[in-house]
Design a binder for this molecule. Structure first.
Ligand code: MG
Length: 394
């Protein structure tokens, strides 16, 4: 193909500024990792023929399995191995693009999934005109220069200042030449255009967009979630049932009730707390307690279900979620539950770190109908609402 355009997506960063356990390109935005969303965006850019993703060295397979394979990305041509610096990774991507027969490359950050397709078209058109073009935004805020003690040294003329984004578009031949020269001279630049400028060649600015943010901090991620209109809360449902047998304690919502029968199960069989756990996990899209605490695991034999609930809370927190409200209804013929309901709600609220007023424990008989009515067992149905944890700052 003449005039072939390959997008190079450097995704080899370690995400040090995000402070998360995972590198930032793996973080979830609206149900997709950032990198996947960026690759899906490139599928929507008609000018881009193929895509090369550059992975952190040693993480090529993980990146392919978690961010690429689960999504429909027909333009994805290959995953290249990155280097230590961004510049090394883009070089690996540019060489891979050369192998694909590219004439033009569009370098785009993995963590800028909100660029509009029209920006790529503008950048490519300008790059075809002069060899190199980058998306940028005029500087609107006043810009001051300060020393390390934060004393202002100068106010810069903002009318001449632009904030550079990606995509950055290049003639591949020019980019490879710039990279070779930079390597020979030991030159490091924070973007590819900087290498072209160092050669004394023209780089043109093209209008980017305000929404085309680079997601590198938890605050950026929270902003991106607002920009895509991601719902702030989610709701899940949980249902559980256990058999009543002699010789077992009856524990409901962490409260031990005086009764001649108790619930049978691998753990303490706290059916009420189990339904709440399932509702929370469902809301976060984490499956159910069977996945988290398998029956086959001896560690959970006679386990205190409130402790398991605390672990569910931790699992949610790892995914960036917190519980905000729980409503659970127990179906049981006997004993009387209502006098104990406030204590159960308090237990659940304490473990989840929310106010007791956000937990409602209700109980109903089934008027003698079915297994709860015959006193053979108990069932519980729960709804849980969860919300995003506030981004951690600092
Ligand atoms: Mg259960």
């Amino acid at each position: 193909m003449q005039d072939k355009v390959v997008a190079v997506v450097p995704a080899a960063g370690s995400g040090r500024r995000m402070g998360a356990q995972r590198a930032k390109q793996f973080l979830d935005l609206g149900g997709m990792p950032l990198l996947s969303r960026t690759c899906a965006l490139l599928e929507q850019v008609p000018q881009v023929h193929q895509v090369v993703v550059v992975a952190p060295p040693g993480q090529e397979r993980e990146l392919r399995e978690t961010c690429l394979a689960p999504f429909c990305l027909p333009k994805l041509a290959l995953v290249a191995s990155g280097g230590r610096e961004r510049q090394d990774s883009v070089m690996a991507g540019a060489r891979a693009a050369a192998g694909l027969g590219a004439k033009w490359v569009l370098v785009h950050d993995a963590v800028r999934p909100l660029a509009e397709p029209a920006i790529f078209a503008r950048v490519l058109a300008a790059a075809k005109d002069c060899g190199a073009a980058v998306a940028a935004m005029p500087c609107i805020d006043t810009v001051k220069q300060a020393d390390p003690e934060l004393r202002v040294r100068a106010t810069l003329d903002r009318s001449q200042l632009w904030l550079v984004q990606t995509p950055q578009g290049f003639s591949l031949e020019l980019l490879l030449e710039a990279q070779d020269q930079a390597r020979a001279r030991g030159l490091l630049a924070t973007d590819e255009a900087g290498l072209i400028e160092a050669m004394g060649r023209e780089v043109r600015l093209v209008m980017g967009s305000r929404d085309n943010i680079k997601i590198t901090t938890p605050e950026d991620l929270a902003l991106a979630r607002r920009l895509i209109g991601e719902p702030r809360t989610r709701t899940g449902q949980g249902l559980d049932a256990h058999r009543l047998v002699p010789g077992r304690p009856l524990i409901l919502g962490g409260v031990r009730l005086e009764y001649e029968l108790g619930l049978l199960g691998h753990s303490d069989a706290d059916v009420l707390t189990h339904a709440v756990m399932d509702a929370l996990l469902a809301a976060a899209g984490l499956g159910d307690i069977g996945r988290l605490f398998p029956d086959s695991d001896a560690a959970f034999k006679d386990a205190d279900s409130l402790e398991l609930l605390a672990r569910v809370r931790q699992s949610l927190a790892r995914e960036g979620w917190r519980a905000v409200q729980v409503s659970v209804t127990l179906m049981a013929q006997r004993p009387k539950i209502a006098p104990h309901a406030p204590a159960m709600a308090l237990n659940l609220a304490r473990v989840l770190g929310i106010a007791a007023s956000e937990v409602n424990v209700a109980a109903t008989t089934s008027e003698g109908l079915g297994f709860p009515g015959r006193g053979e067992g108990m069932a519980a149905l729960a709804l849980a609402t969860i919300a995003r944890l506030e981004p951690q700052t600092g």
